[in-house]
Design a protein around this ligand. Structure first.
Ligand SMILES: NC(=O)c1ccc[n+]([C@@H]2O[C@H](COP(=O)([O-])OP(=O)(O)OC[C@H]3O[C@@H](n4cnc5c(N)ncnc54)[C@H](O)[C@@H]3O)[C@@H](O)[C@H]2O)c1
Length: 282
């Protein structure tokens, strides 16, 4: 099946980024937000980022306009009927995602693929809210989606081979790097990165060192391109804490639990770059 029209449900940080990637790959995108104003705001962000690509000479003004013309904003799930693939990027809540998938399966064609961008929920549990779990996969993009190449392509025990292969080929087609993986907590990257970042934060107190020094140590000693504290500021303390709690409840290992320092930062509203204050001031 040729995928030429993609639905993106939820045009928040991830959904807008995923929509932008699909638009730049020449696809028609039906973007669904709960209110039209939220959809318009997402279009504005995509316009802004594409504009920066034009300034840098990576895109022509005509290509930018054509990409934006391929974006159609809707508020109802029923309007996603003509999509061969729908990527869900709504709020990270199992019930909300299950309701979305249960509604989507009656909207799209029987052979359309349904994908979730969940970071830490079970793709299997989301798929089981539908009567056709064989057409559900995970497509886990990373933030910012237009910049980071990786997409984890997640297979559950129900996913059909045809659906998995088509989802994998789709990721290649949009110019990203697919990595196949099974539906296990945290998939690959978060399973490794979340406890590792938590260890780095614990070292701050155990070794009585400053965030700058942990960051410099990992950059200059382990050749990381960015230090762990700066990375948590970029991810968002709230997003990282939420993912840590999900992994901890799924796997029960102490290292998965968010360190007290991060919980204090979250309570104080020091969420990183997005609030202007995290381990660093912005
Ligand atoms: N932010 C990240 O770093 C990141 C990375 C990879 C994956 N994800 C995953 O992507 C998904 C979206 O995350 P985000 O960071 O873009 O969130 P966001 O807060 O920026 O956007 C959330 C979206 O959900 C919609 N929404 C909220 N409540 C809803 C409801 N009750 N019904 C339907 N839609 C509702 C909002 O309108 C918005 O479009 C989550 O599953 C998250 O785990 C996030």
């Amino acid at each position: 099946m040729e995928i030429s029209r993609v639905g993106v449900v939820g045009l928040g940080t991830m959904g807008a980024g995923i929509a932008q990637v699909c638009l730049q790959a020449g696809l028609e995108v039906i973007g669904r937000e709960v209110e039209l104003e939220l959809g318009e705001a997402a279009r504005g962000r995509i316009d802004h980022y594409l504009g920066r690509s034009v300034e840098k000479g990576r895109l022509t003004a005509e290509e930018k306009d054509a990409a934006l013309d391929r974006l159609h904003l809707v508020t109802g799930l029923a309007e996603l009927g003509g999509c061969q693939l729908v990527i869900e990027a709504v709020f990270e809540d199992l019930e909300v995602k299950q309701e979305t998938f249960a509604a989507l399966e009656h909207t799209v064609a029987p052979d359309a693929i349904l994908a979730t961008n969940t970071s830490a929920l079970s793709v299997t549990q989301i798929a089981e809210a539908t009567q056709s779990p064989e057409r559900v996969v995970g497509l886990h993009f990373f933030n910012p989606a237009p910049v980071l190449p990786l997409v984890e392509v997640i297979r559950t025990a129900h996913t059909s081979n045809g659906v998995f292969d088509a989802a994998y080929a789709f990721v290649e087609r949009i110019g990203k790097e697919p990595v196949a993986c099974n539906d296990t907590p945290g998939f690959i990257v978060n399973r490794i990165l979340i406890p590792l970042l938590n260890d780095c934060v614990r070292v701050l107190d155990e070794a009585r060192v400053a965030p700058e020094d942990v960051d410099r140590a990992m950059r200059f000693g382990a050749n990381w391109p960015i230090g762990p504290c700066a990375l948590i500021d970029l991810i968002g303390v709230d997003v990282h804490v939420h993912a840590s709690e999900a992994l901890h409840s799924a796997l029960g290992e102490d290292r998965m639990a968010p360190p007290p320092r991060l919980l204090e930062m979250q309570a104080a509203g020091h969420l990183g770059r997005k609030t202007g204050q995290g381990f660093y001031s912005y």
